[in-house]
Design a protein around this ligand. Structure first.
Ligand code: UDP
Length: 472
């Protein structure tokens, strides 16, 4: 197991964005949280420190809990490639899809259990009776029993799920069921994701949140956006006094570096383009390939200044996602097969992962620079890639699936695509936003307000405090 450093952040910073009533509630929760954790540690265990929504959320939320005076620690488990193939299969199955088509049988169960038994030994050395352990996602479920035996309070938080169950979700849940029995409570982003056999009184629904001050979401001037994207070689911009600086999670200041070849087809995007952007891991369920195909099929209907950018992490940088390189390869082959007119205006980019604060700052700049942000996921646990541009007041077009439905009110805070496989309807929504500046502005303003009301950390922390209180 590897420990991830958490730099505490004072919650006062978040309070500057909240109404006085919310600030008062937040202070009451902090006080209650400190009491509950007197002499106890809050542990979080997940599968990766970088890449994907869970790592993103932990980075922010744990900094705030530590800043609030709750002893907080974060561990990342050790797995081998076989383990991550099994857990990616589980992840896909809990989303109701076949994934790599492999099985989850006795051999997989044995391997999964053996890897987690080794990780449990590391936990035994540090976790004390009375501590609270939040286990995140299917990769960690097999640690619950060993932690209970140590006298810890164990909560399993699942960030994935399907809107409706099918044979695959049932296979995935049967695999996890023997491990999950030991946990005292279960947290899901949506009620629909909880399997029916979990006792309802031990299930809590707590959607994610974002940190408005992180490098991913901090305010940026348009000139800073241009400077960052120009320096990184993502968009060809004239540097106009903008700053290349960003604040890292440890409080120090970083500077955007020049990068070669982030845009895979060679050159940076031309400067006067309007960008349709999707930012995602290279995961089939995000359907980057479908977005590319939709754009290519409809490129002649779009104004000539509109370009598509699909941006994801460098594939070597997300250790728990064995599918990444394969999906990126598929997108590249699709791109190579497109007619010239589409290839000129559709771009794939891999964002560097050797400096995750710089990566976050570049995502921030891209989301702010975009004319429309899309998220054409086929299924989606929650979708921070929707919350993030909404916070930045960008109009979003996203599939009506999973947690996206809880974030976007169609026509008020974004546009929802009923059938994520309907490429014509998808491009129709994108064209509507591009053609109507007033609509884009209204959706953007509605989006920002929705995130402010429902997806900031105060709500999230309050819900956690209530949950731990109910278990104490
Ligand atoms: N992300 C990133 N860099 C990338 C691609 C994605 O930082 O190159 C982030 C993205 O901004 C978001 C997270 O990864 O914060 C993805 O979270 P989401 O909930 O959308 O999906 P998940 O990856 O957890 O399925």
């Amino acid at each position: 197991m590897r420990e991830v450093e958490i730099e505490p952040i004072a919650l006062d910073r978040l309070a500057t964005l909240l109404t006085p009533e919310r600030v008062e509630r937040l202070h009451a929760s902090i006080a209650r949280g400190r009491e509950l954790f007197e002499g106890r540690t809050l542990w979080n265990v997940n599968a990766t420190a970088t890449g994907g929504g869970v790592a993103e959320m932990l980075q922010a939320l744990l900094a705030y809990t530590k800043g609030a005076g709750v002893p907080t620690r974060w561990l990342v488990l050790d797995g081998d490639p076989g383990f991550f193939t099994i857990t990616k299969r589980l992840h896909n199955m809990l989303h109701g899809t076949a994934g790599d088509g492999g099985v989850l049988g006795g051999a997989e169960q044995e391997h999964y259990t053996a890897v987690l038994a080794r990780n449990a030994q590391a936990l035994e050395a540090v976790v004390a009776a009375g501590d609270v352990v939040l286990l995140h996602d299917p990769q960690t479920a097999g640690l619950a029993e060993a932690l209970r035996a140590l006298g810890a309070t164990v909560v399993w938080r699942c960030h994935v799920g399907a809107d409706a169950s099918n044979d695959r979700t049932e296979t995935g849940w049967s695999f996890l069921e023997p491990h999950l029995r030991a946990a005292q409570a279960y947290v899901f982003s949506r009620r629909e994701y909880a399997p029916p056999w979990l006792p309802a009184d031990r299930v809590a629904v707590i959607p994610p949140s974002l940190d408005p001050f992180s490098a991913k979401n901090a305010p940026m001037d348009p000139s800073d956006v241009d400077a960052a994207l120009g320096e990184a070689g993502l968009v060809d911009t004239a540097r106009d006094g903008g700053s290349l600086a960003f604040t890292r999670r440890d409080g120090s200041v970083g500077t955007v570096r020049p990068h070669d070849g982030l845009v895979l087809d060679g050159a940076a995007l031309p400067r006067d383009t309007r960008v349709v952007l999707q930012v995602s891991r290279w995961d089939r369920l995000k359907d980057m390939g479908g977005v590319l195909q939709a754009f290519a099929e409809h490129v002649r209907d779009l104004p000539p200044d509109v370009h598509l950018l699909l941006a994801g992490p460098e594939v070597a940088g997300v250790s728990d996602d064995p599918e990444g390189a394969e999906v990126l390869g598929e997108c590249q082959r699709t791109w190579e097969g497109l007619p010239e007119v589409a290839r000129r205006r559709a771009h794939l980019a891999c964002l560097p992962m050797d400096d995750i604060d710089e990566n976050a700052h570049l995502v921030n700049a891209l989301q702010r620079r975009a004319a429309v942000v899309v998220q054409k996921s086929l299924v989606e646990g929650f979708g921070l890639t929707v919350t993030e541009p909404m916070w930045k007041g960008r109009p979003v077009v996203a599939s009506r699936v999973g947690g996206i439905q809880d974030q976007v009110v169609d026509g008020e805070s974004g546009l929802l695509l009923d059938d994520p496989r309907d490429l014509g309807a998808f491009m129709g929504l994108v064209e509507r936003v591009l053609a109507d500046e007033d609509l884009a502005a209204t959706l953007g303003a509605g989006a920002r307000e929705a995130v402010c009301e429902r997806f900031l950390g105060d709500r999230h922390l309050e819900q956690y405090v209530r949950l731990v209180e109910s278990l104490s």
